[in-house]
Design a protein around this ligand. Sequence first.
Ligand SMILES: Cc1ncc(COP(=O)(O)O)c(C=O)c1O
Length: 378
Amino acid sequence: MTTAAPAVKPVLFMLTALEQGDIDAATAVLRSGMLRSASQCAALELKFAELSGARHAMTCANGTCALQLAYEPLFEPGDEVLVPAWSYIATASMLVARGCKPIFVDAIEGTGQIDLADAARRVTPRTRGIAATHMYGCPVDIGATQALAAKHGLRVVYDAAQAHLSTYNGKGIGEFGDAVTYSFYATKNLGTGEGGLISCNDDKLARDIQLLRSHGETEKYLHERVGYNYRMNDITGAIGLSRLGRLPRETKARQEAAVRYGEILAKVPGFVPLKITAGATSAYHLYTVRLDLGVLKTTREQVMKDLGALGVPTALHYPRSLPQQPAFARFLEGQGAWPVAERLARTVMSLPMHHGLTEEHFATIEHGVRAVASRYGG
Ligand SMILES: Cc1ncc(COP(=O)(O)O)c(C=O)c1O
């Protein structure tokens, strides 16, 4: 008689649970009856600005609104804006919403970040900006981005939806560029359900964004310009403020988990971790590897299936590059090719990453990746 192997307890892919303090903070707002954007959103803005190195921080409804609020004062319809071919759709789709033409830039294979050399080749007399995503939580080469922007007089927006509290050259990412945008979507490092924030260092731009966020209203029922209602509410603000208090500690735990992954994967052929940009620290929203399918003689789907069976959940970020999205087909003519982004779409895979990973979890992960690698010739 054979005895079945004990079922492995699967590792959580991400950890989104609120803590009692978050719930208490939200409950206090509910009890107060002050549900609109008020003291909690204001306190979240102050603390976020301080922690990220920005002068102004403005909460809003989500990370997509944050991009829209940053783009509208900085870009005009018809502008060409350089944007990564390797990002989440919103970075580019909100340029389209502004009437801009997204000019897709290929990625660096080793890091998954925007390739500034490719960006430089795509500059034309109509180029007005760069919208660069700090992918997976890791800042792009901000030095090269700002140098390219300075050379051509471009505006820069950094999409930091995945990169809360990451740093570049020892400084908070809020110090760089014209504006930085964040998402507080439920699964993000600072998750509030839905939510977002824009930071900037220019007083006039901050005022423009504040007005756009709330119907251009300068005093009650006086509307100086056309805007939106993209405000955050105070329940969300309270959860965000409570979570922000522990975010530095949780970010450190993610960084330590990344070190453990590095140690484990260094000994496993076929699993290649993405590298961190020189001078940067990553917030490790995701821990994404490239599969070397020359070493592992199988498909990515099989690797994911086998890992799942061994208690190691995985996900794809992302299965398509942005130029491969039907939504952008009408912009691609004459733009050339994005071979690296397309290769990343075929080869990347994300492993579990959160602040609660323990040695027990890493034992499951190590066993899983080693078993799969040896099964397929790695
Ligand atoms: C890089 C990037 N940009 C923008 C967004 C949009 O944020 P939200 O979902 O809060 O609208 C996300 C969220 O997934 C993202 O990952």
